[in-house]
Write a protein that binds this ligand. Sequence first.
Ligand SMILES: *Cc1c(COP(=O)(O)O)cnc(C)c1O
Length: 306
Amino acid sequence: MPFTFTHLAHPPPSPLREIDDPLWAAARVRLFVKRDELLAPEPDDPFSGNKWRKLQYNLLRIREADRPTLLSFGGPYSNHIAALASAGRHLGIPTIGVIRGEPVRNPTLERAAADGMRLHFVQRGTYRLKDEPAFLEALREELGPFYPLPEGGSNALALRGCFDLGEEILRQLPEAPTHVAVACGTGGTLAGLVTALHRHCHCLGVSVLKGPFMTEAVRDLLARFTGQAWPNWSVVEGYHHGGYAKVSTELTQFMDTFHRRHGILLDQVYTGKLFFALYRLLHQGAFTPGDRVVAIHTGGLQGRPR
Ligand SMILES: *Cc1c(COP(=O)(O)O)cnc(C)c1O
């Protein structure tokens, strides 16, 4: 069935499933997975997970524009760029990807181009100006009119899509969870979840980047898009396995075991690190008997090596 704006406006809830694992049972902590990776319109479609949530309201809004073209920014391996390209193909919206660095070919960008995205490479120094109005103006002169989305897609409408995700989780459980956990790249997904869940549970972000700036990034996004500070969330650092998109043997072994035991594939950039961190935190006694932890599967499966 083709994916349409009707699906986008009225998505059926993604499944929420409990993980049956003796390690968690022994600690009397329940672990659930919110399977947003299954939002993909087609198998292995990059338009899934949190990218689906973050693009949802932006795509619905662009539909109202008279000359809708969506333009966004990303590195050459960006899941956001890949998701935007695919969403554009499904919905018939032209897309432009402004890509950081010298022109390269890789599976992410080849797929984006095959999905109809126009790729526009800019040198690193220029790319840094991506949020400057003058740079957007120069791009408009060169590429024509467009609706810009920030790098990673984290804007106010993206937070709204992630707010819906938080509410959906609350509706799916008879009793609110004690923790909702998500992998953080820009922190936009965590920020949106906090706006829906702060009264019900703690939102826990696992940073996939090296460096202690994620807490600040989330606080900034919340302040910028909601104009206030929010309680009941935190970010854990130290689960990046060497840095963004770096992989350790421990991590790949963990992901293989998890897949074998539970039949759920994880990606090595985000969700693998999230689940790895949760198992470590359990082992360290970070959870209390009776806790109910929901981990969000944010997708990213199209990027895993084959
Ligand atoms: C982009 C991405 C994230 C990070 O989302 P942010 O809102 O930028 O923090 C997490 N998981 C997957 C699979 C992603 O593609």
